[in-house]
Design a protein around this ligand. Structure first.
Ligand SMILES: Cc1ncc(C[n+]2csc(CCOP(=O)(O)OP(=O)(O)O)c2C)c(N)n1
Ligand SMILES: [Mg+2]
Length: 386
């Protein structure tokens, strides 16, 4: 059974009064779920529909704009030497805001290191995302406050964490769902294959949300797979769907449907959000070494924010005052982020050993003692120099 057919069978589509769905053209490629074209035109997909108010549409736009502004600020802060590293989400705002806004508060998220837009949707203060990249803490937020796990840099490992967590959710009899984010490169990891197998055979309520941004650092997607990534799911016995990852409406509709399926006890879904990493892999990377400018330009024409803006303007769902106010809000956010980063206190050196083990560990104790002696040795040499 496909996720499309499940969704269609259980939920007869409503004809929307507000957006008069019946009259809209169909999306060009049924393999790629799209509800908003790059030109900002609303289209219909036979298996997915969405009916949002003007206020909800403006909300999605605001989320994307503020996320992009935050991301640009973080990139600039790295260039100014305030952060050691930054992994930009530029271009992936729709995939993250669409999927992030599909979640319920009681759902649980396992992100990679690039999910700043999803963090935003979960209510994690963006300034908290920066501590690890500044090197002043190991994470920066309490995962259980917002059901948003700490950033995970070991590629693909969080899909196993998500699967185990989802199996626990099912055992508890809860109807919440779990979502695991990962990339096209991560799809080649053994951990991801294992999590697919486990979640399928245990029917775990998990959505695997793969942002195929076309690159794994300098490796293109054709080095990861011979088949479209979403088709991998079939071999594991659960549905896969490819969504236009630059279309926030389609990402919202598809993720919502996959989460509902998980809640109903029908098991995992693989969502492949087809998108593009507009920037460098991280601030340590130079993409001009391995990809052509034309490729970036072609994706720029599919910009997720621009297409929603075009639609909002054409449909009259937002006026100039809205865009002006949002510009101001963006600048205020940028300033707040700058000030918060510069005000972050340097950690106490011995804090390095905290949070490694909940109940302590003899090896960590030994290392702590060695490091304390090392630190103290500087005090001795300062004395000798007098
Ligand atoms: C297990 C593991 N192997 C290698 C790396 C180094 N590494 C960091 S990011 C990355 C590429 C990941 O690409 P993808 O999954 O497509 O995610 P993206 O960065 O494009 O969002 C690699 C290989 C790592 N962090 N962990
Ligand atoms: Mg990638």
């Amino acid at each position: 059974m496909t996720v499309e057919s499940t969704a269609a069978a259980r939920k007869p589509r409503r004809a929307s009064k507000r957006t008069s769905a019946a009259k809209k053209p169909q999306s060009a490629d049924p393999q790629l779920v799209q509800l908003l074209t790059p030109e900002g035109e609303r289209v219909e997909h036979p298996d997915y529909s969405i009916d949002l108010s003007a206020e909800e549409l403006r909300g999605l736009y605001r989320d994307m704009v503020l996320t992009r502004r935050f991301d640009a600020e973080a990139t600039a802060l790295q260039r100014q030497g305030e952060l050691g590293l930054w992994a930009s989400l530029l271009g992936q705002e729709a995939a993250q805001i669409g999927s992030g806004r599909a979640l319920r508060d009681d759902d649980y998220v396992f992100p990679t290191y690039r999910e700043h837009g999803v963090a935003w949707c979960r209510g994690v203060d963006p300034t908290n995302l920066l501590g690890m990249f500044r090197g002043v803490n190991h994470g920066g937020w309490d995962p259980n406050s917002n059901n948003f796990h700490l950033y995970t840099i070991v590629i693909g490992s969080q899909t196993l964490h998500a699967t185990g967590y989802a199996m626990g959710v099912a055992k508890d009899g809860a109807d919440s769902a779990v979502i695991a984010y990962f990339g096209d490169g991560a799809s080649s990891q053994g951990d991801v294959a294992e999590s697919f197998t486990f979640s399928a055979v245990y029917n775990a309520p998990v959505v695997f949300f793969c942002q195929n941004n076309q690159w794994a650092i300098s490796e293109p997607t054709e080095r990861q797979t011979r088949v479209p990534l979403y088709q991998r799911a079939q071999g594991f016995g659960f549905p896969g769907v490819r969504v236009d990852g630059n279309d926030v409406l389609a990402c919202l509709a598809v993720t919502r449907s996959a989460l509902e399926r998980a809640r109903r006890g029908e098991g995992p879904t693989l969502v492949e959000a087809f998108t593009y990493r507009m920037g460098a892999h991280t601030t340590s990377d130079d993409p001009t070494k391995y990809r052509a400018d034309e490729e970036r330009a072609a994706w720029e024409a599919k910009d997720p924010i621009l297409r929603l803006r075009t639609y909002l303007e054409k449909s009259g769902h937002a006026d100039e005052a809205f865009f002006t106010a949002l510009d101001e809000e963006s600048e205020t956010l940028g300033k707040r982020v700058r000030e918060a980063v510069r005000a972050m206190p340097d950690p106490e050196p011995m804090a390095l050993f905290e949070h490694a083990y909940a109940d302590g560990n003899s090896l960590v104790d030994e290392e702590r003692a060695q490091f304390a002696a090392y630190q103290a040795s500087f005090a001795d040499s300062a004395e000798e120099g007098k």
